[in-house]
Design a protein around this ligand. Structure first.
Ligand code: GAL
Length: 673
């Protein structure tokens, strides 16, 4: 895996447990109660000053630190560490009133207003100057405060303001393009502007992809995504570098590795972090929210280069921003939190400590709910604190996987642009479906980036990697030649990183590796179902294919191309390349995983694992081994293990029993069995 600074730079001998703490919403007497209750729950660290700017600097240049001083001192007196926000996430209304040009502009030219949060343009020099002035004040004042153990730059950079189309952004976009391409000729070539008379004769003519009568140039759209991600990363760097001038304490920001936000290319961000932190909320709009949670955790671990990471925000129960905000059932808090720890988190933190009584998020769950300490939820929070407290020796251990799934934000952007063969082919759907199939079979997967070294894996999964570089395709080929099994799914390798089609037969980048050449795509209607000759079904896609070396394992029997191969295998070097030319149903994916597990000789999955019951191991170099069993079913799970169970404290002599929707952690006797 790609090396990035890991959480070894964060010295902790316990799993961090805590929340965002927003004392500014409460009178001082509540703070005293807060710290006592935090101690009762086992809280070790809280994030403060996340939205602090308007209070710290109520008028330009007039700073007030008395409240924040008191909060930090109080927390420290009670043994609670601080993850200190720079406070720049939301500028105060005075800034955007005096300088309305700081406010972001949408693609149709509307300038947004303050009154919510993150109302700033990522490219605004005025915002940057004022934000850095605040960071300088905060960093110098608290660099040596004993409570501060982590710096938290801004908050979820780009959650609401990732794309700004204002004139300032346009100017910065041109500079960024100038650095990338050097000459206008090169930009015109890469963007393919000979199409539709789009050729640029001067840099000033180039704009962000604002609303236009027809579809916008794909190269322009892709580069604007890249640029926008880089602009916010630059804001991160600027804040971090300022902190660095006065403090050696680790610096990070909270990522949003999640299904509904795609704007940041975190493969580019990760190397800049001292530790990788992610915010994750179950998304009940998805068909399987817990499967997505597992995927996001595996991807976050990938961003951390396989090392431990921080779950910086999650919810104790419901959120407030989905159409139906589903509360967690009893036991689910422990299970969901341990699901993150199982997949490499050394911190479990929530939004937020005490449920607000005003503001947009007053119906968002918290560690301390509206009903107070009498609530069953508080008891579950305290129970979680106890269990995490008992898991201190898990810190620093890592997760081993034999399967890697290749994931790329740029491919996501490119795949989901307009004017594709089918608007039903969505990158994340296929990525999730493949990850879900391995998880359902009980196989742990690393989610890795396009530049990751694939050595050491036995299987590499390449779902719908529409756009990819020669280098990435070459790595997958070399992996197969060297004896690995690669599974590539439809609409992969079609374009290069500039979204230029690789001609000569699809799927260009993987054509030779897969031993197939595809002439025509046949996307299916949304409700169409394809029957396959193995008795299963598929959907979305089928294609006209010529075999150039591959053998056919499964064919379509109906649809637009009866007899079309939908699953092929090509022996190459010491390994094999498998091609899935349709969206298999879940059963078909499971059968494929079983076949791959067999042929790639993956370690056997213990009896009782799979189909909603997960077993994920964390191990240490010294032989320490923890088996996390997560039950996502309505029945009791029984898995063969030996050791001491942490939640119940009981000895496990053969089989651990895990209640419905519960979790257990077995500290294994004598290392992994
Ligand atoms: C996050 C954000 C928090 C809070 C939370 C609610 O996106 O960082 O401040 O809004 O969502 O789920």
């Amino acid at each position: 895996m790609r090396a990035s600074p890991g959480s070894e730079s964060f010295a902790s001998s316990a799993i961090v447990f805590g929340a965002d703490y927003n004392p500014e919403q409460w009178p001082r007497q509540t703070w005293s109660e807060d710290v006592l209750l935090m101690q009762q729950a086992g809280v070790t660290m809280v994030a403060v000053n996340i939205f602090g700017w308007a209070r710290l600097e109520p008028r330009p240049g007039e700073y007030r630190f008395d409240d924040l001083d008191a909060v930090l001192d109080l927390l420290h007196e009670h043994g609670i560490a601080v993850n200190l926000g720079t406070g720049t996430a939301t500028p105060p209304p005075w800034l955007t009133t005096r300088h309305p040009e700081v406010l972001p502009v949408t693609a149709d030219g509307a300038r947004l207003s303050h009154g919510g949060r993150q109302a700033w343009c990522p490219s605004s020099p005025v915002y940057r100057e004022h934000a850095l002035r605040l960071v300088d004040q905060v960093a110098r004042r608290y660099a040596d405060h004993p409570a501060v153990q982590l710096w938290h730059v801004s908050n979820e950079l780009g959650c609401h303001n990732a794309l700004c189309y204002c004139d300032v952004s346009a100017e910065r976009f041109r500079e960024w393009l100038g650095e990338r391409y050097g000459t206008l000729d090169e930009l015109n070539r890469v963007w393919g502007t000979s199409f539709w008379s789009q050729g640029y004769g001067a840099w000033e003519e180039i704009l962000p992809p604002r609303n236009t009568p027809a579809t916008a140039n794909p190269g322009q759209q892709l580069d604007f995504r890249r640029f926008s991600s880089d602009e916010l990363l630059d804001q991160y760097r600027a804040e971090r570098d300022l902190i660095r001038t006065v403090s050696d304490t680790p610096v990070t920001t909270n990522f949003m590795v999640t299904a509904h936000i795609q704007t940041q290319d975190y493969w580019r961000w990760a190397p800049e972090m001292d530790l990788i932190a992610n915010d994750h909320y179950l998304d009940h709009r998805l068909p399987d929210p817990h499967a997505e949670q597992a995927f996001a955790a595996d991807l976050t671990r990938g961003l951390a280069g396989g090392r431990p990471w921080f779950l910086m925000e999650s919810a104790t129960s419901a959120v407030n921003w989905q159409p139906h905000n589903v509360a967690k059932r009893s036991g689910e808090l422990l299970r969901d939190s341990l699901a993150a720890v199982a997949r490499g988190a050394d911190a479990v933190s929530f939004f937020q400590w005490r449920a607000s009584v005003f503001g947009s998020e007053k119906f968002h769950s918290a560690m301390l709910p509206h009903s107070g300490t009498q609530s069953p939820q508080w008891a579950e929070v305290c129970e979680l604190g106890r269990v995490l407290g008992d898991l201190g020796d898990v810190v620093g251990t890592t997760v081993d996987a034999q399967v890697a799934l290749l994931f790329d934000w740029e491919a996501w952007w490119a795949c989901d642009l307009d004017s594709r063969p089918s608007s039903d082919v969505r990158y994340l759907d296929e990525v999730h479906a493949m990850h879900r199939a391995f998880r359902a079979a009980g196989v742990t997967v690393d989610v890795v980036g396009p530049d990751t070294d694939l050595d050491g894996y036995r299987v590499v999964v390449v779902p719908t990697l529409y756009a990819c570089s020669d280098a990435t395709a070459g790595r997958v080929s070399a992996f197969v030649e060297g004896g690995g099994h690669a599974v590539v799914t439809y609409f992969s390798g079609i374009a290069d990183e500039n979204d230029h089609v690789r001609a000569g037969g699809y799927p260009g980048a993987f054509r030779d590796l897969l031993g197939v050449a595809v002439d025509t795509f046949h996307p299916l209607g949304t409700d169409s179902v394809l029957t396959l000759d193995d008795g299963r079904t598929a959907s979305r896609w089928v294609e006209d294919m010529r075999l150039t070396g591959a053998e056919v394992l499964v064919r379509a029997v109906d649809g637009p191309v009866p007899g079309a191969p939908v699953l092929t295998r090509h022996d190459r070097g010491a390994g094999a390349a498998w091609y899935v030319a349709t969206a298999l149903d879940d059963d078909g994916r499971r059968a494929l995983v079983a076949r791959l597990a067999d042929e790639a000789e993956l370690d056997p999955v213990p009896p009782g694992v799979g189909d909603g019951i997960e077993l994920v191991r964390r191990t240490g170099a010294d032989g320490r081994s923890y088996a996390f069993v997560l039950n996502g079913t309505d029945g009791v799970a029984r898995v063969a293990l030996r050791g001491r169970e942490v939640v119940t404290g009981e000895a496990v002599d053969g089989v651990v029993e895990v209640p419905a929707w519960g979790a257990r952690v077995v500290r294994e006797a004598g290392g992994a069995s």
